[in-house]
Design a protein around this ligand. Sequence first.
Ligand code: FES
Length: 131
Amino acid sequence: MSQIVNHLGDHRVNLQVNLQVNLRIKRGAPGDALRFETHDVPFEPGQSVLDALRWVRAHVDPSLAIRYSCINANACKECMMRVDGKTVYACLAKLEAREMVIEPLPNKPLVRDLVTEVAPSDEELFVSSKV
Ligand code: FES
């Protein structure tokens, strides 16, 4: 909920505005027919896309697969996904009070829903150096 304070003469007017985000989330696993599910999420200024996805898991559907470890420290690099066609870290992508399309990375093997195989490049180098 956002609060708008307006001053009209000597009268202070508080308006409570319930803003929402309409998340269109691509879901499914390898071999499934992938589908979009839509969820309305309460909007709070300053929230991230990851905050909204965590809200969906907590309040609507705990089976939604997402991956993250640090929430908003930009340290784990595990929350990478596509938001409105752009590759982002979900914990850094700002939530906006409109429709937002959330998809898994298209160039990585899909695990389920928004989770893809994203091994850090130094781990990939370690694995390939042992071959
Ligand atoms: S959750 Fe760790 S970088 Fe986004």
